[in-house]
Write a protein that binds this ligand. Structure first.
Ligand code: SF4
Length: 428
């Protein structure tokens, strides 16, 4: 019996067809949801993210954002200090003062998110009520919403899920038949997708989040909802509660994933399959050509995924099926069986999928397996590199444009770069 089989049980408690899914409970090694502000703030261009947290929260975002110098940054932290924690100051008054000052200084802000953190939750600061109060005060110029980015029992991509879920109740209602693509995509990717949907004959198409607060998409019973990211369980649930119908699909990573994603959308919207094939033939060919050199490097390489971004399953599928990598273990923080059904069906049966984490045990398995490439969070990457393993920071997969045909080569390059670096170091 392998170490894994001794330490974990099947999630349903009985044998199941398809990949072996096991659950692990123990210490976890993940970033909190505040991290997602780093890519979200670039997406909604007139939004501002005000974290209500501690100096630790401020440092986390600053270091996750790297050394970026902004003339007009779109995120900040309202620091809860010792007086607030000791209950000596009225946090609501302080918060109102900070928000008023911010909005006076920045008349360009149309949407303000109050982002909760561990400290704001510890002192039970009611940010939902604060958002309502401030929204009334600043409407119609600014809408104020809130969500939690707290790190207790969450992973960093849940920040995007919580943010988008907070937007759903504000979306206008509509009975019009439409396609709604959900998940923050890089602008260049959104443009490519818009062109592809138009060529396929799918219209109208809207994106959540939109680029501006005034362009919120409408939702209703004739909205077809297409997830672009695999970590949006709450957002999907909220949209479904408003009548939207989710299109079951694989995720648009690599040639295969993008094709299946577009195909599912085309079928759900009644578009012509031949038109779809004509629209995607050239981009598919370009993407396959871009993948070829990376496949030559990745074929046969043994890859180990730690649970971190919730992108693990689609990326493992891409690495195995399009680049010939051998999967050793796929860790994922959570496994949404419905949203992941198409991905699970494409993964090899003999690769263990581990939901949750017991980091010490997983490290033992990783060291014993000695993979050629390990995909993990920042906190594990440096120690593993020091032990001689090549690693890829999973957070980079969120910061870079990776969806769709035109990005397939860049996505593959994120995995071949560490292998190349290690080969150079060994040759030096
Ligand atoms: S884990 Fe909690 S305290 Fe730490 S940065 Fe995230 S929200 Fe702040």
């Amino acid at each position: 019996m392998s170490v894994l089989a001794q330490t974990a049980t099947t999630s349903a408690g009985c044998p199941q067809p398809g990949p072996r899914v096991v659950q692990e409970r123990g210490q976890r090694e993940v970033f909190c949801g505040l991290t997602s502000i780093v890519w979200l703030h670039r997406k909604i261009q007139d939004a501002f993210f005000l974290v209500v947290g501690s100096r630790t929260c401020a440092h986390l975002i600053q270091s996750a954002a790297g050394v970026m110098i902004f003339a007009e940054p779109r995120f900040a932290t309202a620091i809860i200090d010792e007086r607030d924690l000791a209950g000596l100051a009225d946090c609501n008054d302080e918060l109102d003062r900070v928000v008023t000052r911010l909005l006076e200084r920045r008349p360009d802000i149309r949407l303000l998110f109050l982002v909760g953190s561990c400290p704001s939750e510890v002192i039970k600061l009611d940010l939902a009520r604060a958002a309502q109060r401030l929204s009334v005060r600043f409407t119609p110029a600014v809408r104020v919403l809130n969500y939690s980015g707290s790190g207790i029992e969450t992973t960093f991509t849940e920040g995007e899920d919580a943010c988008l879920a907070a937007l759903v109740p504000t979306l206008p209602a509509s009975d019009e038949a439409s396609l709604l693509v959900v998940g923050a995509l890089a602008e260049i990717v959104e443009e490519q997708m818009r062109r592809l949907f138009a060529a396929i004959g799918i219209a109208p198409v809207a994106f959540l989040p939109p680029r501006r607060a005034g362009q919120m998409p409408a939702v209703g019973p004739n909205t077809r909802l297409l997830l672009a990211q695999p970590f949006l369980a709450e957002t999907a649930r909220a949209l479904e509660a408003r009548g939207a119908q989710r299109i079951a699909a694989a995720f648009p990573f690599g040639v295969e994933g993008t094709t299946l994603w577009l195909q599912a959308a085309a079928d759900a919207c009644g578009a012509d399959r031949r038109r779809l094939h004509d629209a995607i033939a050239l981009p598919q060919e370009r993407a396959r050509r871009a993948l070829a050199p990376h496949r030559a490097m990745l074929a046969g390489q043994r890859v180990f995924f730690f649970p971190d971004s919730q992108l693990e399953l689609p990326l493992a599928r891409f690495l195995a099926r399009e680049l010939g990598a051998r999967l050793l273990e796929i860790g994922t923080p959570y496994l949404h069986r419905q949203h992941m059904a198409a991905e699970l069906a494409l993964l090899p049966d003999d690769v263990p999928i581990v939901e949750g984490q017991d980091v010490e045990r997983q490290l033992d398995r990783c060291r014993a397996a000695a993979p050629d490439l390990t995909i993990c969070g920042l906190g594990l990457a440096n120690p593993l590199e020091a032990e001689g393993l090549a690693t890829k920071w999973s957070i980079e997969l969120l910061f870079s444009p990776t969806h769709g045909y035109e990005q397939a080569g860049d996505l593959a390059a994120l995995f071949t770069r560490p292998l190349r670096r290690r080969a150079l170091l060994r040759g030096a």
